[in-house]
Write a protein that binds this ligand. Structure first.
Ligand SMILES: *Cc1c(COP(=O)(O)O)cnc(C)c1O
Length: 405
């Protein structure tokens, strides 16, 4: 029997990282603000901004730190209400709490995207800012969301932690709102173990975030705008905020930047491979009447390194039996709402003072399954994963094992 691939194993770091890491180890120059210019972190910021199509980038210690700094940089007052989706990673409500704001949750539909009518209704409830979480890369309707928020002057922050390479009308996710935040944690498209980056076109927001990230004294001088941009916006903004903001010290180390930079040229290949692999498995799963991979929205081009699908017409017991049947065949399937500790199930965010009920989101989470599909998997490994899922659903529903083969 072929071996089930380890879906938690990352891709190797490109060879080119070794020389950069060796140079850093010999010089000991690990702090981003020691070198007068061209520190690896500063080079990463320039390269990432150019790659993604935004004016400015600020590399930090995690995507959670980037989300926190975005909220702080908006200058929201204490207890400001921030609207977030009810389906996201616990880091998102946590960043709101960390910024002394109050998370307000909205419903998410069974296609894992924000339920727009509920979003629009809650937007009227004294909302000061919005975080859109493109959960597992699933992009909510950004045209509708931006129109609703712009009409009310409400700033939008995009949590694109797990969406690097996803586009909306050809534009990179994370560049549509006022700020976008990405993660370099190991389970994301680019792996540095830990790390994050904030992108924006707003010089004032960038300047505030840079200073609060820990650019003490005049270290902000080592942050620049895009090449060829001679406008004084950034310099003016830094001068405006000098000595007026707390320093949270959420900087990125040169070591992380040296691991990330050689992966940037790999991104296009990883995105293309991930999409082909995902769509192949999705087509096979959709052949079963009991498995449903929701369609993407038309303007979206996905960049998946995992697959999500809903179990159709199964009871709670059958849902548990399906996960057990897959595990018995060597594949771990996570049903978001079925474990006692899943950090993406809103009822487990018990650190929130006011934990709301979201019936629609809850119903989705009780049947939504999550399987990692690292972009390095071969066609036969992807087929093996699809075979296991189809065999598991056939076992549970007693249906013909030949579905989709
Ligand atoms: C991973 C992830 C985060 C947190 O990223 P860190 O870099 O680990 O802080 C936030 N939101 C989503 C949707 C994620 O997938």
């Amino acid at each position: 029997m072929p071996l089930v691939p380890d879906v938690h194993q990352a891709e190797p770091i490109p060879e080119a990282a070794r020389a950069a890491l060796d140079a850093l180890l010999s010089s000991g120059d690990l702090f981003r603000y020691t070198a007068p210019q061209d520190a690896p972190v500063a080079l990463l910021e320039a390269e990432f901004a150019a790659l993604i199509g935004s004016k400015y980038a600020l590399a930090v210690s995690s995507c959670s730190a980037a989300l926190f700094l975005s909220l702080k940089a908006l200058g929201l007052p204490r207890d400001a209400r921030v609207l977030i989706p009810g389906f996201t990673f616990a880091a998102v409500p946590s960043s709101v709490v960390h910024a002394d704001c109050v998370p307000v949750l909205c419903e998410v539909g069974e296609n894992y995207r924000i339920a727009l009518a509920d979003f629009a209704a809650r937007l009227e409830q004294d909302i000061a800012a919005v975080i859109i979480s493109h959960m597992r890369g699933h992009t909510s309707d950004m045209d509708a969301i931006m129109a609703l928020c712009e009409a009310r002057g409400i700033p939008v922050i995009e949590d694109a932690a797990h969406s690097l390479g996803t586009t909306w009308h050809g534009r990179n996710i994370g560049t549509i709102g006022r700020a976008g935040c990405f993660s370099f944690q190991s389970y994301k498209m680019i792996n540095a173990g830990e790390g994050g980056i904030l992108v924006t076109d707003d010089a004032d927001l960038l300047a505030r975030a840079v200073i609060m990230s820990g650019a003490y004294e005049h270290n902000w001088r080592k942050h620049e705008g895009p090449k060829g941009d001679n406008s004084p916006d950034l310099e003016t903004a830094f001068a405006r905020w000098q000595n007026r903001l707390p320093l949270y010290n959420l900087r990125m180390s040169n070591l992380s930047a040296a691991v990330i930079r050689p992966q940037l040229p790999e991104l296009a290949r990883r995105v293309a491979a991930g999409r082909i692999g995902h769509d192949h498995v999705a087509a096979r799963l959709n052949a079963s009447p009991h498995l449903s991979v929701p369609a993407k929205l038309p303007p979206e081009m996905r960049a998946p390194d995992s697959i999500q699908f809903n179990l159709v017409g199964l009871s709670d017991d059958e849902t548990h039996a399906f996960a057990a049947a897959a595990e018995a065949r060597g594949l771990k399937v996570q049903v978001f709402g079925m474990s006692t500790d899943n950090a993406r199930a809103f009822w487990n965010w018990q650190f929130l003072a006011d934990l709301p009920e979201l019936p629609r989101t809850r119903a989705m989470l009780m049947r939504a399954c999550d399987v990692r599909l690292p972009v390095r998997l071969s066609r036969s490994e992807l087929d093996l994963i699809a075979d296991i899922l189809l065999a598991a659903i056939a076992e549970v529903t007693g249906a013909d094992r030949a579905y989709g083969t």
